[in-house]
Design a protein around this ligand. Structure first.
Ligand code: ZN
Ligand code: ZN
Length: 158
């Protein structure tokens, strides 16, 4: 599926589920890794992560599009368009959009792997870091206890 097909799909869902036209741009964005979709308040455009389609299929992507269209229509209607707003929650439920912008754990891992793990020797709180940390310079954020470096399994179960 390309951007043009996505555009038609979003326009269709907009009319069918919201009874209002989608008059802006929808496109795929490969760099969207932590969320399935995104709504831009300035341009009113919608971006969808293409990885969602491969990983979760069209049904899930349709729910994400509905989620983004809730932001879109409520924003244009000058109503509560953010996640915490009652307007948003109500509309999302009505149209059956996904509750969250679902994340792609595998892709996120590939992009930014945590290579180091630190553990507090007092309270056992674990910290994950992408870069090597000098444990002598830092203390546990919870109890100020000493930290120790723990080797991290770089091939976690998938
Ligand atoms: Zn959202
Ligand atoms: Zn601690």
């Amino acid at each position: 599926m390309d951007d043009q097909e996505l555009q038609h799909w979003v326009e269709q869902i907009s009319l069918a589920s919201f009874g209002r036209p989608f008059l802006h741009q929808a496109r795929f964005n490969r760099r969207l890794r932590s969320t399935g979709g995104r709504y831009f308040t300035k341009s009113h455009d919608i971006e969808i992560s293409p990885g969602q389609l491969d990983t979760f299929g069209p049904e899930e992507v349709e729910k994400i599009i509905k989620h983004e269209l809730c932001h879109y229509h409520l924003h244009l209607l000058k109503r509560g368009f953010q996640h915490r707003d009652a307007d948003f929650k109500t509309l999302l439920e009505q149209v059956g959009g996904s509750r969250f912008c679902r994340s792609l754990p595998h892709m996120a891992m590939k992009q930014q792997p945590y290579r180091y793990k630190l553990e507090c020797v007092s309270c056992s709180t674990e910290y994950y870091r992408k870069r090597k940390v000098d444990v002598r310079k830092y203390a546990c954020g919870k109890c100020r206890g000493k930290l120790k470096s723990v080797p991290l399994d770089l091939n976690p179960r998938s």
